[in-house]
Design a protein around this ligand. Structure first.
Ligand code: MN
Length: 340
């Protein structure tokens, strides 16, 4: 079978690997049909992910067809169309014991710590598979992993009806969080520095957009909230000064700050700003078993992935997709590669 692997930072190759052997009793084999290119794949390609070990088969966003199942598998059967939960946990550490396996001390993520989904075939434990309707196009099904990130973020931020939400960053993750917030009845202001992305956000239902290259974010938040401050901030840019501004000036009392970007430099935060408004500052990482919920969102049309996918390429063009993603944010939203 063909796989897409990074041999070492900067060196991507399509190589032949042995096809998986017969599944164990609790495993299944999936023929991958479509997979999303994510910023984290590009980071691993460029050697900028500290967790990655090389060589590594990339990819953690995929949909495919089940072609074999072990004797004890009951949740999926041969022929099912499925999406893949990319998060693997130990089941024993503190986070796992309290029901937070996405931050397991020993967490393993497909395409990062272990070989991923950019592969014609993938064998994995069947409990990581979720059936989807057979009439859902493969490239739309493959966007469910980003929506699982959004499900986690709105859960962490306790987003509810009437809340004002500021989303920082209108890339694919900002846009799926936007859709999730709108489906929950929140009002959303979204910021970016690329007009094309803000245009996409407006088309997906953002109540207001602000380009912070040309406009002041604090003024936009004041106007949007009538001076109350934002109830929930989703920080997905990874720009430290934005997180600093959120905590210092943008939040309402009892607000929630959800941190999705992960720069490693220190931020300047004044503890009194947290204490006096009783802010919750929460990380949001991967997803905590959110795929079933996302499959429901799709079935009930609470979210619409059609505007998210900007490019569908054959898997042989994966390097072109990576280059587009890294260098042309004004043209690119979600890029899918297809295996068939
Ligand atoms: Mn991703």
């Amino acid at each position: 079978m063909k796989v897409i692997q990074v041999n070492k930072p900067g060196e991507l190759a399509i190589v032949e690997r042995p096809a998986p052997t017969a599944p164990a009793t609790d495993e299944a084999i999936v023929r991958i049909k479509a997979a999303g290119i994510c910023g984290s794949d590009v980071h691993i390609f460029h050697g900028k992910n500290p967790f990655a070990v090389y060589p590594r088969i990339l990819g953690h966003e995929a949909a495919g067809e089940v072609i074999a199942v072990g004797s004890a598998v009951t949740n999926v059967k041969v022929g099912d169309h499925v999406v893949i939960d990319n998060v693997f946990s130990c089941g024993k550490c503190y986070a796992c014991r309290i029901g937070r396996p996405n931050v397991c001390s020993n967490v393993k993520v497909l395409g990062v710590h272990i070989d991923g989904v950019f592969s014609e075939l993938l064998k994995l434990p069947a409990d990581h598979l979720y059936p989807v309707p057979v009439d859902l196009p493969w490239e739309l099904a493959a966007t469910m992993e980003p929506y699982a990130i959004a499900a986690e973020a709105v859960d962490r931020g306790q987003v509810g009806v009437g809340d004002t939400v500021l989303i920082c960053g209108a890339g694919p993750i900002g846009l799926v969080i936007l859709q999730a917030c709108k489906s929950l009845g929140a009002r959303v202001l979204i910021m970016d520095i690329v007009d094309a992305r803000l245009k996409a956000a407006a088309a997906m239902g953002a109540d207001a957009v602000v380009n912070t290259k040309t406009s002041d974010l604090e003024a936009a938040v004041n106007e949007f909230t009538d001076g109350e401050g934002i109830n929930v901030a989703m920080e997905a840019t990874g720009v430290i000064s934005i997180l600093e501004l959120i905590i210092a000036k943008l939040m309402s009392p009892a607000g929630r700050v959800v941190v999705l970007g992960f720069p490693v430099d220190p931020a300047k935060i004044v503890p009194a700003d947290i204490m006096k408004r009783e802010l919750d500052i929460k990380g949001s990482r991967l997803n905590n078993r959110k795929f079933a919920e996302v499959v429901r969102w799709f079935a009930e049309k609470k979210v619409d992935p059609t505007g998210l996918v900007s490019h569908v390429l054959p898997y042989t063009d994966v390097e072109k997709g990576m280059e587009l993603f890294a260098n042309h944010p004004e043209e690119v939203c979600k890029i899918l590669i297809k295996f068939d």
